[in-house]
Design a protein around this ligand. Structure first.
Ligand code: ZN
Length: 263
């Protein structure tokens, strides 16, 4: 049997054997194709949750589904805005429907445990809506034991000592991290060939009023597209984040989906 944790690398027979009985935890990274400044590629929000899922899956014996490559529209105060070339987004209903379709298919295969790992903040409520509609549909079909855990991997970096190591000059909040120290450090640890630190723009953190305006005024977003500078990003910080996220998420999944057959 294939040792891969990636569903797409298994045969259907291998997959069916793993999923039978519903105990195996399925993991679905949900990303976006979105600009991440002058210094990074545009599929960061897919690559990072996929890497975290892979490591967690190897630790707990889970399987990783192919990640969703597109996500909901970039918002100015969390992702710079949807006006950048390259940023390619779904309508909310499309993302919701995609999540709903995948859950229905997993249930048909026999899976009953799903972890959805979000890599793009703006996806959050559309994922939740897809889960809600899918579980409602399954309930009508008599399937009441399908459980979903939904999380954003950055929420597991909460320890003040870790935050202090990542941001010795002071933490400015997750909302303006887009393309900043956090994501860039993880990319340096995981995919360094997709980062060019020489192109990082050293700009002050973006500031926004406590409201949104539509249509978006692009001049309110720093020119590079990042909302804070990645100047102090490093591979060591990325490895620290990865450790914290993988162990925290593996523990949380163990609590939500305890082993029932001693496997
Ligand atoms: Zn991102």
């Amino acid at each position: 049997m294939s040792k891969s944790v990636f569903v797409g690398e298994l045969t259907w027979k291998e997959y069916a054997a793993r999923v039978a009985g519903g105990e195996c935890v399925m993991m679905l990274p949900v990303g976006a194709l979105e600009q991440h400044g002058y210094h990074m590629c545009m599929n960061v929000d897919v690559l990072l949750p996929t890497a975290v899922c892979q490591r967690v899956a190897e630790r707990i014996g889970a399987l990783v589904l192919p990640g969703l490559q597109y996500g909901y529209k970039s918002q100015q105060k969390s992702g710079g805005g949807n006006h950048f070339p390259g940023t390619t987004s779904l309508d909310g209903a499309t993302l919701t429907g995609t999540v709903q379709d995948i859950i229905r298919e997993l249930a048909r295969h026999g899976a009953r445990r799903l972890v959805m790992m979000n890599g793009h903040y703006e996806n959050s409520m559309f994922i939740v809506e897809g889960i809600d509609l899918a579980l409602r549909e399954l309930r009508y079909a008599g399937i009441t034991d399908f459980k979903v855990v939904v999380l954003s991997y950055w929420d597991f970096v909460r320890d003040p000592a870790v935050i202090e190591q990542l941001y010795p000059e002071g933490f400015l909040g997750w909302d303006i991290e887009h393309g900043g120290v956090f994501e860039t450090s993880l990319m340096l640890a995981l995919h360094p060939h997709l980062v060019d630190l020489d192109r990082v723009v050293d700009h002050p953190p973006a500031t926004f009023p406590p409201y949104d305006v539509f249509p978006v005024d692009p001049s309110r977003t720093p020119t590079a597209g990042t909302l804070s500078s990645a100047k102090t990003a490093s591979r060591a910080k990325g490895e620290l984040i990865l450790d914290v996220c993988v162990s925290g998420i593996a523990e949380a999944i163990g609590q939500e989906f305890p082993l029932t057959n001693g496997a």
